[in-house]
Write a new protein. Structure first.
Length: 92
């Protein structure tokens, strides 16, 4: 049998989360002791002085932030949460 031609799956969908390099925000909020606070730093590209952006972002900024807020409101419970970001459009 040639390499890469096996019909056997290497990972099932349940295994994918276990092999991901970073947990999702939801998983972290569910798995970590609720007495531990979180600093949720929101990353987004910055606009440069010439009006261009550092990186191309195919996502809508408001939808991106709304999804983060929805996850925190749904799974944080009474946990203390601090939001931080270097992008002034997200902070306002």
């Amino acid at each position: 049998m040639q390499e890469g031609t096996s019909k056997e799956e290497r990972f099932t969908d349940e295994d994918l989360a276990d092999h991901s390099p970073f947990p999702t925000l939801q998983h972290a909020l569910e798995a970590i002791d609720p007495h531990v606070g979180f600093n949720v730093e929101i990353k987004w590209t910055m606009q440069l002085k010439d009006g261009t952006y550092e990186l191309y972002h195919p996502f809508d900024l408001n939808l991106y932030v709304d999804l983060i807020l929805e996850t925190v409101l749904k799974y944080a419970g009474q946990r203390k949460i601090v939001f931080s970001c270097f992008n002034p459009d997200i902070c306002s």
